[in-house]
Design a protein around this ligand. Structure first.
Ligand code: URA
Length: 243
């Protein structure tokens, strides 16, 4: 860093940290610091602290157009953490994940192997606020879009902290956005599904199995994908049986 640059001490420290530790380790130390702050609390208490910390989040542009942040929902005794891409129209209004048409189908898919968000599944998303194609028309249905790489990057600390708090024994990625993001891959969902991956928790590095399947919205568009999703559910059921 040039020494004659006129910048505040705070920015100078941040840049020095980045130069010293690299962007990734600085990021991990921030997430770790937040986890430590809440670690004397129960899981529920740590989640509440996390939600309070990010309740007014404006870390990306989605913060200015959302109605409600959609953190996640489910039983704390869950066996599977299911991760989608981001809230849609209905989720934005209710503050809950997968409550629209795709959510109804997701509940049916989960029920086929005796899973249910009230008892043994936790559901979250990669981004917590509603990405819209045209943010000037927030009340328009069908205005949803996939999150941008910048939005996913800025929201990722929330999911990382959820993972460290919740300690999921198994992770199910719903669709390509979640799969690519968590596996750090550029492959599509049809290439990524059908295998069991070792997912390392972002801070502690603990490894757990991760599966990929199609997003329920993709199934609504193409019924032929049902066969593959059923196959994926059977693999998930076998992994749960081994827990
Ligand atoms: N699609 C998602 O990926 N997540 C939701 O919460 C709803 C729809």
């Amino acid at each position: 860093m040039p020494s004659d640059l006129k910048i505040s001490a705070e920015v100078r420290n941040a840049i020095e940290d980045l130069e010293l530790f690299g962007e990734e380790s600085l990021y991990i130390s921030r997430v770790e610091e937040n986890i430590k702050k809440g670690s004397s609390l129960s899981k529920q208490g740590q989640l509440e602290a996390l939600y309070t910390r990010y309740g007014n989040c404006q870390n990306c542009a989605l913060g200015s157009t959302r109605k409600k942040i959609v953190f996640g929902t489910g039983s704390l005794d869950f066996k599977v953490l299911a991760i989608g891409e981001g809230p849609g129209y209905e989720e934005d209004r209710q503050g809950l994940p997968f409550v629209g048409k795709a959510g109804v189908l997701l509940d049916k898919i989960l029920a086929s192997i005796n899973l249910d968000r009230k008892t043994n599944v936790y559901i979250a998303n990669i981004v917590k606020c509603h990405p819209m194609r045209d943010p000037a028309q927030p009340d328009l249905r069908g205005n949803d879009r996939a999150p941008t790489p910048e939005e996913m990057f800025s929201c990722r600390p929330i999911l990382d902290q959820q993972i460290e708090i919740l300690q999921p024994p198994l992770i199910l990625c719903l669709g390509s956005v979640a799969a690519k993001n968590l596996l750090n891959s550029s492959q599509g969902v049809s290439q990524l599904r059908g295998k069991v991956y070792d997912f390392a928790y972002p801070v502690s590095g603990k490894k757990v199995p991760l599966l990929v399947t199609y997003h329920p919205a993709a199934l609504l568009r193409n019924e032929l994908l049902k066969k593959d999703v059923w196959h994926d559910m059977k693999v998930l059921r076998d992994l749960i049986a081994k827990l």
